[in-house]
Ligand binder design. Structure first.
Ligand code: ARG
Length: 547
C-alpha cells in the first residue's frame, strides 16, 4: 500500500492548497473494473474550484506508476485500477508492511465471566471478537494485554453463600454442577424472599469487610468456577494474560470515593453518591445504602490498571446492551481525571435463535458454550465421520468463530448450525477447505515455488482476479484495525477462497503443458496459502491439514 499512501498524501497536499485540510480515504470500488475509489470530491462538485481540483488530480494520478487506469466521473467519483506489477513484490513482505509506525500498549477487556455461571452463548462474541482483535493488534506491532475481568465479587457471591448457609450445604461438597444450580435459585430468592435478602445483604457487608469465614467460602467458590471456565476456554482455544476481576479492586473503592468527595467531583443525593458531571440520567457512583455498583468497580479497575500497566488504549469488548454503562464510565474517567488515555466500548449484538430471540436452552437458560461446542462437533461428525478428532475439534472451533466474525459486530445474528457447516456456503468450513486444497496442490506439484517469479503478462482472467484481490490485504487489515471490526477480514478471506476455488476449478493446473502458465498458478497458490493462513491467524482460526 505504500505507493497508494504516497499518492493519497500528494492528493491531500493539493486539496490543502486549493480548499483546505481534508483527509482522503480509499474505499473499495463499486465498479468491478476498478479496485479502489475516492469519494472525497463528490461533496465539492459545486465548489468554484472544482475544475482546478479535477485538473490537478488528473495530473497527479496520471503520473503515478502504481495506477494502471483511472476515471473521474461526472459527479467526481474517482475510480482507480492498480497496476499489479508495482505491488506483487509486496507479497513476500506483508507481515512487515502491516506494522504501525507508533506501537502502543493496548489492553483488551473481554470474556467477563461471572462466578457461579458457566461460560454461555452470551460470552461467545466477546471471546471471538476479543481474540481476533488481540491478534490483529499484535500483528500490527502493538503490545497487547488481555484481561478476562471476572465478575467475582459483591452481591451475587453473597447470595450464593447465603443459600449455602441457609441450606446447610458444606462448602467442600460443592462442585461446578451444584454451583451452577445454586446461582439462579439464590438470585430468585433474593428477589422474592425478604428474609433471604437481608441475610445476603449482611453477608455482602461481611464480604466487603473481609470477614475471614466468608472469604474462605468465596475463595473456594472462585476456585471451582475458574477451573470450569478454564476447561471451557481450553476447548475453545482461548488464552488470557491477566485473570483479574472485580475482587482485585474492592479495597481501592473507599479511598477512591473519599478522594472524589474531597475533590468535589461527587455529592450525596438521598444517601447515594452521584457524579457532579451533568448528564441525563444522573451518574450514580454508589447506591443509597452505600453499596457499590458495577460502575464503582469499573472505575476502581481503571485506577488499578493505570497503576499496574502503562496502557495507552483500553477496549471493553462487551454486549451493546451495556452501552449506557460504558458511556457513563468513559465520561467519568475523563471528568474525574483518572486518565487521559483512550477508552472505547467495542459493542456487539446478540446471538439469536431461529425466531430471533436470544439463544437459550429448552429450559430457558442461556446455552452453555461447552454444549454449543459439543453440538457443533457432533454435527461435523455427522457430515464427515472420517475426520480424526483433532481435525473435528479445529473445525468445530472454526465454525463457532467464523460464523460469528463474518457478521458486522453490531448486528444480531441467528445461530443456524446447518447453514454454518455448509461446505459451499460462506462458512468456516468453506475457507478451511480452500486452504487444504491449495496445500495439496503444492504438495502434489513437488516444485520449489519460492524460486518462481510471476509472469503477469501470461495471466488469465482467474489469475488476475485473485492477484488483484490479494493486493488488498493491507487495505482490509487496516480497515479491521481502525474500526475494531474483524468482519472485514472474514469477508475478505471468504472472497479470496472463492477466487482461489475459481482458479483451481478452471483447469487441472498440474496437467497444464504451458510451464509459464502452470508456474504462475502455483506461485499464486503459494501466495494464497500465505495470505489465507495469515487471515486465519487474524481471526483466531487454526488451519486444518486434512479434510
Ligand atoms: N461480568 C460482566 C457481565 O457479565 C462483564 C464484564 C465486562 N467488563 C467490564 N470491565 N465491565 O456483564
Amino acid at each position: 500500500m505504500y505507493q497508494l499512501i504516497k499518492l493519497i498524501k500528494n492528493l491531500e497536499d493539493e486539496l490543502q492548497e486549493l480548499i483546505g485540510p481534508e483527509s482522503i480515504s480509499l474505499r473499495i470500488s463499486n465498479n468491478p473494473n476498478y479496485d479502489y475509489q475516492i469519494n472525497n470530491l463528490v461533496k465539492f462538485q459545486n465548489h468554484e474550484k472544482i475544475k482546478n481540483i479535477e485538473n490537478s488530480f488528473y495530473k497527479i494520478i496520471d503520473k503515478e506508476s502504481s495506477i494502471k487506469k483511472f476515471e473521474i466521473t461526472d459527479n467526481y467519483f474517482i475510480n482507480l485500477e492498480i497496476n499489479i506489477e508495482t505491488f506483487t513484490h509486496n507479497f513476500d513482505k506483508i507481515r512487515n508492511n502491516i506494522k504501525v509506525q507508533n506501537p502502543q500498549t493496548v489492553l483488551l477487556d473481554y470474556g467477563g465471566p461471572n462466578i457461579g455461571k458457566p461460560l454461555h452463548v452470551g460470552h461467545l462474541r466477546s471471546l471471538n471478537i476479543g481474540r481476533s482483535l488481540y491478534r490483529i493488534y499484535e500483528l500490527a506491532g502493538h503490545n497487547v494485554l488481555s484481561d478476562i475481568h471476572m465478575g467475582d465479587w459483591g452481591m451475587p457471591i453473597a447470595q450464593i453463600i447465603s443459600y449455602i448457609d441457609q441450606n446447610k450445604i458444606g462448602i467442600d461438597d460443592i462442585n461446578i454442577d451444584s454451583l451452577e444450580k445454586i446461582y439462579p435459585k439464590a438470585s430468585n430468592l433474593y428477589l422474592e424472599d425478604n428474609e433471604f435478602k437481608e441475610l445476603a445483604q449482611a453477608n455482602n457487608k461481611m464480604l466487603n469487610e473481609n470477614n475471614s469465614k466468608i472469604i474462605k467460602k468465596w475463595k473456594k467458590l472462585r476456585e471451582i468456577s475458574i477451573e470450569s471456565i478454564k476447561d471451557t476456554l481450553q476447548v475453545l482455544n482461548q488464552q488470557f494474560d491477566l485473570w483479574m476481576g472485580e475482587s482485585d479492586v474492592n479495597h481501592l473503592i473507599p479511598g477512591m470515593i473519599k478522594k472524589l468527595k474531597d475533590d468535589g467531583k461527587i455529592s450525596l443525593d438521598d444517601g447515594a453518591y452521584v457524579s457532579n458531571f451533568i448528564s441525563e440520567p444522573k451518574i450514580l457512583i454508589t447506591k443509597s445504602d452505600g453499596s457499590y455498583l458495577y460502575l464503582t468497580t469499573d472505575l476502581a479497575t481503571v485506577l488499578n490498571r493505570t497503576k499496574q500497566n502503562k496502557v495507552d488504549k483500553t477496549l471493553y469488548i462487551v454486549d451493546k446492551r451495556q452501552k449506557l454503562h460504558f458511556e457513563q464510565l468513559i465520561k467519568s474517567i475523563k471528568y474525574f481525571e483518572f486518565s487521559d488515555k483512550e477508552y472505547q466500548h467495542i459493542a456487539f449484538g446478540t446471538v439469536n435463535d431461529s425466531n430471533g430471540n436470544p439463544y437459550k436452552t429448552r429450559e430457558g437458560d442461556a446455552k452453555k458454550l461447552i454444549d454449543l461446542f459439543e453440538e457443533t462437533s457432533l454435527k461435523i461428525k455427522q457430515i464427515n465421520k472420517d475426520l480424526d478428532d483433532d481435525t473435528n475439534k479445529l473445525l468445530a472451533n472454526t465454525v463457532l468463530t467464523f460464523s460469528d466474525l463474518k457478521t458486522n459486530r453490531m448486528t444480531d445474528y441467528k445461530f443456524d448450525l446447518d447453514k454454518f457447516t455448509n461446505i459451499s456456503g460462506k462458512t468456516g468450513i468453506y475457507v478451511q477447505y480452500a486452504l487444504v486444497r491449495a496445500k495439496k496442490l503444492l504438495n502434489n506439484a513437488s516444485i520449489n515455488t519460492s524460486a518462481l517469479n510471476l509472469n503477469i503478462r501470461d495471466f488469465d482472467e482467474s489469475d488476475l482476479k485473485l492477484t488483484r484481490e490479494l493486493i488488498k490485504f493491507e487495505y482490509f487489515f487496516n480497515l479491521a484495525l481502525e474500526n475494531n471490526e474483524p468482519h472485514h477480514l472474514a469477508d475478505y478471506l471468504y472472497e479470496l477462497s472463492n477466487l482461489f476455488n475459481s482458479m483451481y476449478q478452471n483447469e487441472n493446473i498440474l496437467e497444464n503443458e504451458n510451464e509459464i502458465v502452470k508456474f504462475n498458478k502455483l506461485k499464486i497458490t503459494e501466495y494464497f496459502i500465505a495470505y489465507s493462513s495469515l487471515l486465519m491467524e487474524c481471526l483466531g482460526l487454526e488451519p486444518v491439514e486434512e479434510m
